[in-house]
Design a protein around this ligand. Sequence first.
Ligand code: MG
Length: 291
Amino acid sequence: MRFATFTQGESTERLVGAVSADGSSITRLDIPIEQARKGVLALIDLAGKGEDLSKLSGPSLSMDSVVLAAPIPVPRRNIFCVGRNYHAHAKELSGSVFKANNADPAAWPIVFTKFPECVVGPKDNVVLPGAVSNQIDYEAELAVVIGTGGKNISRDDALKHVFGYTIVNDVTARDVQMRHQQWDLGKSFDTFCPMGPWVVTADELDGTNTRVRCWVNGEPRQDGHTRDFIFDIPALIETCSRGITLLPGDIIATGTPAGVGMGLTPPQYLKAHDVVRIEIDGLGVLENRFI
Ligand code: MG
């Protein structure tokens, strides 16, 4: 199923729904409003209590009549993010952000986080931070959404903990990222995590075998495949849950393919009015304007 968070009309009240197979309509799921405010996170919690989500129903609405929000508008805590997870991307940035850590790319994943408050919706604007940084870059990524939590999850069990998948743009201020050793500041500016358009459940999408593409103003920039991960999804779940209890609704952004703006010669950073479009096969499109 494809679960989305949305608003309708002038109301800012968040609702949750199931998107039709052709994407033309959305069934508003009848759950209490205080739960619906949490978006798809509420459905993950209900599933954890044994609720059969396929039994939820409500009125069918035209997709044209709703505004999609990020499926998990305010994550419970920071988003786990993986750096350097496609071989070709590791190579393109081997002289810059991965320099200090590039001796053995297969040893351990690089993991950092983005603040929950930087999440915005699938069509929302991303705000360039003015004088704070003029090296703003895009990163198209498949994001894993955890269903059942757990600690010290083995790679053999890992995929059983996946509720579904969504798309994120891991927007990055390159100069700030490189300045501080730790990447969180340069990755967490307000609006720097567009997410959506919805969560596709793990029974409908094989996240280990899908294509991730990105365009800037219609120009192709990234074209990768999750088969080319250095660390596969089970390895990432195993790593993030080592000594840390993963919670239902936790998000793991799996890294970006080659073709980021910093890797171009000369580098091409984002400027006002640029539109970044990310498409993942079997998932949908995330398209955001930078202002
Ligand atoms: Mg990234």
